[in-house]
Design a protein around this ligand. Structure first.
Ligand code: NZQ
Ligand code: ZN
Length: 387
């Protein structure tokens, strides 16, 4: 480790089955007007909506409903939330759902008392200089880490741009309730999408830099835990131990802890975000499809790290293998994991058309801290390879 850092994470976590019992006490810290943010209805189907409404009413809160938040949430939906905050003098935004709901809640929080938020945050990356509305979350789907970070990924449909912004600590959730049993009902396709999202967050922090770094050891441990729990959760979606390991690994993967003192890549995410802007696909499935051709394209520039990935994460025997053969065996093991878990490997299965590929390649950001800085032509050829 060689880079200095300051570490602070303000989100309080309540973890485990029944941890919603802490909501009542937490609510005492906030005023009476609550914006209840949620998605397309899954929280009603699992009975969580009724439970939360009951707790809010018993606590004497006035509840303003903000439902219908879509996967890959849009800037127009964010503006709807801003209007509700202003009209109702909201004291707390309670986001109940997956990453999309929590991301949008953070976006509304930072945009409520400022103008032209899209340009300010998602295009120019400026800090928040206005009042924010506190956010809290109850997580129902794992993958993004949004429950304990400042990330907010928003799609501007008119501009055909999906962009992430990382807000400062005052926009992080004040508290997040993580009950693994809420994730039992997540459809397998979404569960696997979330799982690959966790893995990609870990790998995109891992595949950068050549220094000896404690963070890389943490990442290897988390990846091994995710691989092991995935196999169990596929066989039995109600395996509490597997679902709780996946939930906490997901939070740890992107609550900034494992990224301390590390350069990081994020090119797979940059490409996926524009794939999402054009196709509205499930985020983690887009990452799964892009990752293998991307890693095959760049591994030679970070050979030692890819060989270490094979050895430490996939337990591949290095006897009689060159470093390059070992590195390739690690990528092959990742590819087999993706296929065996029935994750998506082709962009055409995510709604992409051939005509979209140059538009995606030309509009995504080029990252500069991975093992190789790509050109737009290289990105296009990676997209064509997984089309
Ligand atoms: O809308 P509902 O009905 O709730 O259904 C959702 C949605 O259709 C469903 N779901 C969630 N919990 C469920 C459930 N279905 C049954 N039972 C449950 N308990 O799952 C679907 C997907 O939900 P969504 O929130 O969209 O998924 P995810 O958590 O993967 O979030 C994806 C968004 O987060 C962004 C992505 O780009 C994407 O926009 N990201 C946010 C990051 C961050 N904040 O740091 C980082 C990530 O890299 C990512 O970019
Ligand atoms: Zn992600």
């Amino acid at each position: 480790m060689k880079y200095n850092f300051n570490y602070y994470n303000p989100t309080k976590i309540y973890f485990g089955e029944g941890s919603i019992s802490n909501l009542e006490v937490e609510l005492k810290n906030y005023g009476s007007n609550i914006l209840l943010a949620f998605g397309g209805g899954s929280i009603k189907r699992i009975g969580l909506y009724d439970k939360v409404i009951d707790i809010l009413q018993k606590a004497g809160k006035k509840v303003v409903l903000f439902g219908g938040i879509m996967p890959n949430p849009t800037y127009n939906k964010l503006l709807e939330g801003v209007r509700l905050v202003n009209e109702n003098k909201i004291d707390l935004i309670l986001a109940v759902g997956g990453g999309s709901v929590i991301d949008l809640a953070k976006g509304v929080s930072a945009s409520a008392y400022t103008t032209n938020a899209w340009e300010k945050y998602w295009i120019e990356g400026k800090p928040v200089d206005s009042q924010v509305v506190p956010v809290a979350s109850i997580l129902t789907m794992v993958g993004t880490g949004s429950e304990m970070n400042g990330g907010s990924v928003i799609t501007n449909e008119e501009a055909k741009l999906k962009k992430g912004h990382v807000f400062e600590a005052k926009v992080y959730p004040k508290f997040s309730i993580l009950d693994p049993t809420y994730t039992y009902s997540v459809p397998q396709y979404q569960m696997l999408s979330g799982i690959f999202d966790i893995m990609s967050h870990l790998m995109e922090q891992y595949f950068s830099g050549t220094d000896e770094n404690v963070s890389d050891y943490l990442i290897e441990g988390l990846l091994k835990s995710v691989i092991s729990s995935t196999k169990k959760a596929i066989i039995n979606p109600q395996d509490y131990e597997a679902r709780s390991n996946l939930m906490w690994a997901s939070t740890l993967a992107l609550n900034t802890l494992v990224g301390m003192s590390k350069t990081q890549d994020w090119e797979v995410h940059s490409i996926e975000h524009q794939l999402g802007a054009y196709t509205d696909c499930a985020h983690g499935m887009g990452l799964a499809a892009i990752s293998i051709p991307y890693y095959k394209h760049i591994y030679r520039y970070g050979l030692a790290k890819f060989a270490r990935f094979a050895r430490e994460v996939w337990y591949i025997d290095e006897t009689n293998k060159t470093e390059e053969e070992l590195a390739l065996a690690g990528i092959e093991a990742l590819s087999n994991f993706i296929k065996d878990s029935h994750m998506v490997t082709r962009l055409r299965d995510l709604g992409a058309t051939k005509e979209m590929l140059p538009l995606i390649a030309n509009s995504c950001d080029i990252e500069t801290s991975g093992y190789k800085i790509l050109t737009k032509e290289e990105i296009l050829s990676i997209l064509e390879e997984c089309y």
